[in-house]
Ligand binder design. Structure first.
Ligand code: COI
Length: 348
């Protein structure tokens, strides 16, 4: 069947200026099989054409959501070099997420090597810097056919990528409107610190409900006290207070240890001398003391929050200075335009 994305049997990159955060199928993906009872657990992995994958309908992840994912970006920069940002951070988090779902953790060096291969074998899909980046999506699933709920022994790691542009379109890209929800994103003691399929699956319904009322996304309070800020559907939150302090919720069972979150903290603290506080931040304190708010994530980067609505109260946050200063430094490190004092960049 004719397919507009295929030319002479090859897929074509999209027009760069039309990039959004959406999937373009590329040429190749990576796959590795893991068997808990083998030594080593993981095979050497291989690059294969990007294609559908075949699993048993009884594969454990199909019923029970025993699956995790990652997201990281490769950036084409001056001199046609391609740089990855902190792939070792994603590799370590991928291992921790796997452990939380009782899956075999994938070796970190194999992860970074595979990500590089995925970028290298899809070079023509890596956009020029001014248009966007190449988003790499690693996955691990429990694939063994299994009916009962219990630990699994067979796993599949798949890594594919896609050229992407901004996450939000139009005005939202300059600042989002968030509905503050009196509910948690994940349960106390649950999977909130891991990047599991289920955390995101459950969030779609909730965000959709509020998108219909003109919000771009939601901001969850914590599920123990229903009082402290946690995350949006897919990003960490920062608030700058009147005092100048930049506050973000501390890592616990309801907060994903974001790579962009950590990079923001280190740039703000070590390079800009900002008083960064990782501590519980109540919605009441945000209302009384907050002057600026932004969210961080690989897909979202650093995105301003221009307004939050809590109960029937609208809180407008006009300032954007801290976010701008931090983002400028982050971008110039990612583009190889300034020193990389933290050793974050890995050349592909
Ligand atoms: C990312 O920021 O890379 C994520 O995985 C979040 C997702 C909702 C796009």
């Amino acid at each position: 069947m004719a397919d507009e994305h295929h030319q002479e049997g090859r897929k074509s990159p999209p027009a760069w200026e039309t990039l959004t955060f959406s999937l373009t199928e590329t040429d190749f993906m990576y796959q590795s099989c893991g068997e808990a009872e083998s030594e080593p657990v993981w095979d050497g992995g291989k690059m294969v054409p990007f294609s559908d994958i075949t699993v048993s309908p009884a594969a454990a992840f199909m019923s029970y959501g025993i699956g995790i994912f990652e997201g990281l970006k490769a950036q084409r920069v001056a001199g046609d070099r391609i740089l990855l940002f902190r792939p070792d951070g994603n590799a370590q988090r991928f291992r921790k997420s796997a452990e939380r779902l009782l899956m075999e953790p994938f070796p970190a060096d194999q992860f970074v090597g595979a990500v590089r291969q995925v970028v290298r074998s899809n070079l023509r899909f890596v956009p020029p810097a001014q248009y966007g980046s190449f988003y790499v999506r690693p996955l691990e699933h429990a694939v063994e056919p299994k009916l009962g709920l219990g630990s699994c022994t067979r796993f599949l790691v798949t890594i594919f990528g896609s050229p992407v542009g901004n996450y939000f379109r139009g005005g939202a890209q300059q600042g989002v409107r968030l509905k503050v929800l009196e509910q948690g994103r994940t349960a106390p003691g649950g999977t909130g610190a891991a990047k599991t399929m289920g955390n995101y699956a459950g969030a779609i319904y909730v965000a959709n409900r509020w998108k219909k009322e003109g919000f771009d996304d939601v901001l969850y309070l914590d599920s123990r006290h229903v009082k402290y800020l946690t995350e949006t559907s897919g990003s960490n939150a920062f608030v700058r207070l009147r005092t100048g302090a930049l506050v973000t919720p501390p890592l616990d069972d309801q907060i994903l240890p974001g790579i962009t979150r950590d990079s923001t903290i280190r740039i703000a603290r070590d390079l800009l001398g900002i008083d960064v506080q990782e501590r519980a931040l109540s919605i009441d304190e945000v209302i009384a003391e907050g002057v600026e708010m932004f969210c961080t994530g690989t897909a979202w980067t650093l995105l301003s929050v221009r307004e939050i609505v809590y109960r029937d109260r609208k809180i407008v946050l006009k300032a954007q200075d801290a976010r701008q200063e931090i983002l400028e430094i982050l971008r110039s490190i990612q583009l190889g335009e300034r020193d990389d004092p933290f050793g974050w960049i890995v050349e592909v």
